[in-house]
Every structure is written in structure tokens, then in C-alpha cells.
Design a protein around this ligand. Structure first.
Ligand SMILES: Nc1ncnc2c1ncn2[C@@H]1O[C@H](COP(=O)(O)OP(=O)(O)OP(=O)(O)O)[C@@H](O)[C@H]1O
Length: 668
């Protein structure tokens, strides 16, 4: 045993040196040996077996050498751990050979250790060697699309994509002979993409043609398709087709729209398609007195009828007036509804209108009986045999309870159909509709069939990157605020614009612009040598300031092209279908993308060409461009430039018009 001199530090250090030298020698020897061993194992490792046989041979040659052959894996594990247990060491990464390097033992023990080292080497070379684990990898961050789709309706993610170029003939998609004839009479030779997808979904399964489907209720449908793509006929045609089978008039289809103008327009479409079918169509918009509407809609107000009473099969309405009838019209019932259509769904779902949606949905569902019930055995208890819809029959308490298949749970048969060019992405809004196994149909341009395209299209809906009609040409004109009216007048005259709709930000702005334009026209025409009326542009306001009948007259004149240009606020930016509109001009730039989509959608309808121009004031340019960029639309909208010198011939008339307008405002 080595003595350590505690008294003499110099001697102590010499002793230490001696001890160290011995230990160092042993260490160097062990190291040399290790290196030798490693060299051998490295060569073996690098010698990849040329065949399976080689690999097996390697194992067979190696294993018999090991003195540990035949030991249990448990014993082997213990042995590997041995040195580490014997002496606590600094924590560092060690190779299997290094694990033995710090051990100072007797030659006999060293021989054992050498054998063990050999065994460790065999382990590293043989099959079943200690596995080399790959370094842990940081998982990839979820993509934007994955994040965007989180929390979205599963049905939306699995939406069916429809190519907008797809058309189909009227035959073979479940339409009856009469409907086909009717459509041909309306000039419809083939069905547009959205119709080719929606009509078969609603009609191809004959079992779904029934008016009541309490045991196999139909799936609901959400449709996103560009403006002017024919969404109205997509729901009008199947509703007419299915309701034609009805015998008794009940309120079976309810179409909810955001404005009176749209109610009138959709009513016209229903009347054209349902002509000669005996279906009764009604509207409720508040345009007439409440009593008048009740008289139009309800057949029997005198008695309280559990099954309700209706004079119409189809009711087209605005949500406000619908609420009035639901709350205050006796016998106005939604229990027989087979279809609930929410057109311009995003707009309607965004507005609460006395929580109209929740109330309508509640009215389509049966409620547990409360209070007084009807004794069906009493004479005249049920006014008509089919007064109650199947899902509501349990309300008749005194019916003897005999268990039959009819006691099975009965669902309301109402099928919800949602349509919009800008379907809401907010899942909460969709959830509020309580949709039944909803199916999503998306009419989207980028469909090439690949999964990536499909995902991209769904992402577009989720991210609110809306699809525009393919035949639409879009331009923006960035200008100074003071120049805006003059630039507008210049564009109208140089491009010979007629059949246009100009959008402003308010009714007041509409009135002012129309007056200014009319003064401008007077000045311009008075200066020309040709007869005054030649080349006159007829411009009219269309705003909430007009009463409903005046609005109707203006719209009709515009449709007949007696008025060339309509100036309006966003009152008619949605849904209005005037096929000959060639230009949509946003005199005041829209502040959000939805508004933009619906405004420009008043042109380029049903595959026709159309132009959309947006005047953007200098200070608005940044917001407008970033809005377009976010919507993935900045590349599509082109810049149009108007030079100062082009405006100069019109400047005197513009100045005169400004002067005249000033007088008007001073006087008033
Ligand atoms: N199959 C068809 N063949 C010819 N014209 C059609 C066809 N389907 C619809 N149209 C016409 O296309 C025009 C646009 O239809 P519709 O008003 O239904 O569009 P939309 O998709 O509802 O548009 P928006 O989103 O602006 O309300 C209408 O004039 C309609 O008559």
C-alpha cells in the first residue's frame, strides 16, 4: 500500500508523483489495449456482410468466443452496469470500452475485464447490438393550414369541391318531365356547376322526395359558390319538384333573405319555375300591413289549431317580419317545414333580428307538452286528419299509448339549406344552425383534382379568400379625394359606360353624387353643338330614402335600360340580379372583402363579361391593397391610371357643377 507523507509536503508531492506514474502506466496500457480493441471492432463494423449468410457467420464466429455466451440478458445488463456501480464517476458520455478504463484491478481481474470488453465488442458488432438512437428531433410547427382548420366543422374540411366549368343537361339528374319543360321554356338549356351538384343531392334519392321523413331525416347542406353562378335555381328547382307532390297546403318551404328586393326577386323565380303546379307562394317583408300579410298567409285564424294553418306552401320573407308572424300570428306554424333556406347566409347569420334563427329552429322542433292537451277522442278535436306533423304527434296526450314502430323517435323533417358567395368561416355561427350531418359544396376555380388543390380550396373558404366570377375584369384607380368625381365622370364618358351600378358609402353620398353628375351633364350638353339629349347619361339614385314603390319603379326602369346608371349604397350590393350590368364602380372603396365580393358580383353574372372599377383615395390605398393581398387577390386587380391632361377638357364642366351644387346646399 502506498504511504502518503503528511508532514513533508515536498515528499508528499514526490510520493504522489510516484503513485500517479504507476497509475498512469496502467492507464496508458489500458488505453493502448482499448485502441487496439476499437480498431478491430471498427474493422468488423465496417465489413458489411455481403449477404445474409455473411451476417449470420459474423454472429456465429463472434458468439462462441464470448465467455458470457449463454448468460441471461439480465446478467449481461448487470455486468455492463458493474464498473459504474463500483465507483462514482464524472458524468460524461462514454463508449462501451471506456466504461472500463478507470478501473484499477489485479491482473486476474484485468483478464476477466478484458474478456468482458471482448464481449462488449461482440455485442456492438453482432446483430442485436446496442441500438444507436437518433437524436431527438423538434417536431415541425403545425402549418398555417392546419392551424386554420383547427376547430372548424369536420364537414367543411371534407367538403365536396365542384369545378365551376362543369355543366350538365337537364336529363338524368332526377328532374321530372314538367320541370324540364318549364326550365327549357325559361331558356335554360343546361345546368350550371352549383346546380349540377345541389339538385342531384336533393333529388337523386327517391326516398327523400317525401314531405315527411321523421325516421330518416335528410342531411343539411351548405353551399359556397361565386356571385351570379345560379344558386337561386339550385334550390328553387328541387323545392318545387318535391312540394308538387303535396295534397294539402301547409307551410313547407321557408326562404329567408336579408332584403325586400331579394324577396321580390326570388318570388319571381319561384313563380316562373312553379307555374302551373298549383303551389301557393307568399311573401312577408313588412311592405304591407301586418293584417294584410296575415290574411295572405293564414287560412284559418278563428280556432286554435295545433297543426297550424297556412294559405301558402312556400313563404319567402325577411327575418324581421318572420319573427312578427311567429310571435303574433295565430296558427302560423313551422312544424310542417320540409325546407328552410337561408340565402346570403353569412349576412343573415351575422344579424340577430331578435335572435330569429334560434326562434325559427325552435319552431321546427317539437316541444314537450305543457298545460292543456287535446283529447283526440272528443268530437272535432282534430280539425283535419293531417293537422299535426309526425314529429309533433306526441303532443296529443290522450292517444292510447300502444307501442308500434311509430313510437320510435321522430325527427323534424326540415332540411336546412345555406347559400352564399361568402360563406361564414366562423364555426360558432354554423354550430348555431344545429345542422344535421351537413354536407358542404364548394364551387371553386382551382379544382384540378389533386388533394393539394382540394385542401387549398377548403383553405380558401376558411381563410375567406372568396372566388370571383371568371369573366370579371377588375381595376383600381388610386387618386386624390378632390379629383374623385371628375375621374368618375371622365371614366364614364371615355369608356361609354351605360348599364352601370355605382356604389357609395351612404345614402347622403349617393344623393350628392347624383346631383353633381346631373349638373355636370347639363353643363357638358349645353356646350355641345349636337342636340342636347344626344349622348346624355341618365343617372338615378337608388337608396333607402326612396319609398318601396319608387324603388321598384327605379329598378324596373334600370332593367329596361331607361336609366343608364344607378347610384346606391350597399342596399343592393347583395343578390340583386340584373343581367345586363356591364360595370360596377365603387366610388367609395369597400372597407371589407365581403362587401367588395358582393358589389363586384352585380356584374359578370351567369358567365357574362363584366368590369369592376374601384376608386381608391390616396390615404385609403394602403388598407385597400392589404385587404386585397390578404384575400390573395392583389395580382388579379390591375391598376388603371388617369392623367391630369386627360381630365382637362372636362374640368370647366366639373367646376360649373361644383358651383351649382354649392348653391343647392347653401339654399337648403
Ligand atoms: N342554368 C342556367 N342557365 C342559364 N342561366 C342561368 C342558369 N342558372 C341561373 N341562370 C341565371 O344566372 C343569373 C344568376 O343567377 P342567381 O341570381 O341565382 O345567382 P347567385 O349565385 O344567386 O348570385 P348572388 O350570389 O349574386 O346572389 C340569373 O339571371 C339566372 O337566371
Amino acid at each position: 500500500m502506498t504511504q502518503i507523507n503528511l508532514k513533508n509536503p515536498a515528499k508528499r508531492s514526490a510520493d504522489n508523483a510516484k503513485v500517479k506514474t504507476k497509475a498512469k502506466k496502467r492507464y496508458l496500457k489500458a488505453k493502448k489495449e482499448r485502441r487496439k480493441q476499437r480498431k478491430t471492432s471498427h474493422t468488423v463494423l465496417n465489413q458489411e456482410p455481403s449477404s445474409e449468410l455473411d451476417a449470420e457467420e459474423t454472429q456465429e464466429v463472434v458468439n462462441p468466443i464470448s465467455p458470457l455466451a449463454g448468460r441471461t440478458s439480465h446478467e449481461e445488463t448487470k455486468l455492463d452496469e458493474g464498473p459504474a456501480h463500483e465507483r462514482p464517476r464524472k458524468r460524461r458520455k462514454v463508449g462501451i470500452n471506456e466504461a472500463y478504463s478507470d478501473v484499477e484491478e489485479s491482473p486476474a481481474k484485468e483478464a476477466t475485464l478484458r474478456e468482458e470488453r471482448n464481449f462488449a465488442d461482440t455485442l456492438s458488432t453482432a446483430e442485436g447490438a446496442l441500438p444507436i438512437f437518433p437524436l431527438p428531433k423538434r417536431p415541425d410547427a403545425p402549418s398555417r393550414s392546419v392551424l386554420a382548420l383547427q376547430g372548424q366543422d369536420k364537414a367543411l374540411i371534407e367538403a365536396e369541391l365542384v369545378d365551376p366549368r362543369k355543366t350538365t343537361s337537364l336529363e338524368g339528374i332526377g328532374l321530372g318531365e314538367r320541370t324540364r319543360k318549364q326550365l327549357k321554356g325559361l331558356g335554360i338549356q343546361e345546368l350550371f356547376a352549383v346546380q349540377t351538384a345541389v339538385i342531384p343531392f336533393l333529388l337523386s334519392d327517391k326516398t327523400q322526395h317525401s314531405l315527411y321523413l321523421p325516421h330518416a331525416p335528410p342531411r343539411d347542406l351548405c353551399v359556397s359558390a361565386p356571385t351570379g353562378s345560379g344558386k337561386t335555381l339550385a334550390y328553387v328547382v328541387p323545392i318545387v319538384e318535391i312540394l308538387t307532390t303535396r295534397v294539402v297546403t301547409r307551410l313547407r318551404a321557408l326562404i329567408v333573405l336579408p332584403t325586400r328586393d331579394l324577396v321580390t326577386q326570388v318570388r319571381e323565380t319561384f313563380e316562373e319555375v312553379a307555374k302551373g303546379r298549383g303551389l301557393k307562394i307568399g311573401t312577408a317583408t313588412g311592405q304591407h300591413s301586418f293584417a294584410h300579410e296575415q290574411a295572405q298567409l293564414i287560412a284559418d285564424k278563428s280556432a286554435s289549431l295545433q297543426g297550424g294553418s297556412s294559405k301558402v306552401d312556400i313563404l319567402i320573407c325577411t327575418p324581421g317580419r318572420l319573427m312578427d308572424h311567429l310571435n303574433s300570428s295565430p296558427n302560423f306554424s313551422l312544424q310542417h317545414l320540409r325546407f328552410l333556406v337561408v340565402d346570403e347566409a353569412d349576412r343573415l347569420l351575422a344579424q340577430s333580428f331578435q335572435d330569429w334563427l334560434a326562434q325559427v329552429l325552435a319552431a321546427t322542433r317539437p316541444t314537450p307538452p305543457i298545460g292543456e292537451t287535446v283529447d283526440v277522442r272528443a268530437p272535432n278535436a282534430l280539425p283535419t286528419p293531417d293537422a299535426l306533423a309526425p314529429a309533433f304527434l306526441h303532443l296529443l296526450r290522450n292517444v292510447p299509448q300502444i307501442h308500434t314502430s311509430h313510437n320510435e323517435k321522430k325527427e323534424p323533417s326540415c332540411q336546412k339549406l345555406l347559400f352564399s358567395a361568402t360563406l361564414p368561416r366562423d364555426p360558432a355561427k354554423i354550430v348555431a344552425l344545429n345542422l344535421r350531418e351537413p354536407k358542404y359544396l364548394i364551387v371553386q376555380d382551382s379544382v384540378k383534382g389533386s388533394t393539394e388543390d382540394a385542401d387549398e380550396a377548403i383553405m380558401d373558404v376558411v381563410m375567406e379568400r372568396f372566388t370571383m366570377p371568371a369573366s370579371l375584369k377588375e381595376h383600381m384607380i388610386v387618386c386624390e379625394t378632390s379629383q374623385k368625381p371628375l375621374i368618375l365622370f371622365y371614366l364614364i364618358h371615355t369608356h361609354g359606360v351605360r348599364n352601370a351600378i355605382i356604389f357609395t358609402k351612404s345614402a347622403e353620398s349617393t344623393t350628392r353624387l347624383v346631383q353633381l353628375f346631373q349638373f355636370f351633364e347639363s353643363s357638358r350638353l349645353s356646350s355641345q353643338t349636337s342636340p342636347e339629349d344626344e349622348g346624355k347619361v341618365v343617372i338615378q339614385p337608388y337608396s333607402s330614402d326612396l319609398n318601396p314603390s319608387d324603388r321598384k319603379t327605379v329598378l324596373e326602369k334600370f332593367k329596361r335600360q331607361e336609366i343608364h346608371i344607378l347610384v346606391c349604397s350597399d342596399l343592393i350590393s347583395r343578390g340583386i340580379d340584373i343581367t345586363h350590368v356591364s360595370h360596377v364602380i365603387s366610388y367609395d372603396a369597400p372597407v371589407d372583402m365581403r362587401k367588395y365580393v358582393h358589389r363586384v358580383g352585380r356584374t359578370a353574372r351567369a358567365g357574362r363579361e363584366g368590369h369592376a372599377w374601384t376608386l381608391v383615395e390616396d390615404q385609403e390605398a394602403r388598407h385597400f391593397k392589404s385587404m386585397m393581398r390578404e384575400a390573395g387577390h392583389l395580382d388579379t386587380i390591375k391598376r388603371m391610371r388617369v392623367h391630369e391632361k386627360d381630365l382637362s377638357p372636362l374640368t370647366p364642366h366639373y367646376e360649373t357643377a361644383l358651383e351649382s351644387l354649392k348653391h343647392v346646399y347653401v339654399r337648403s
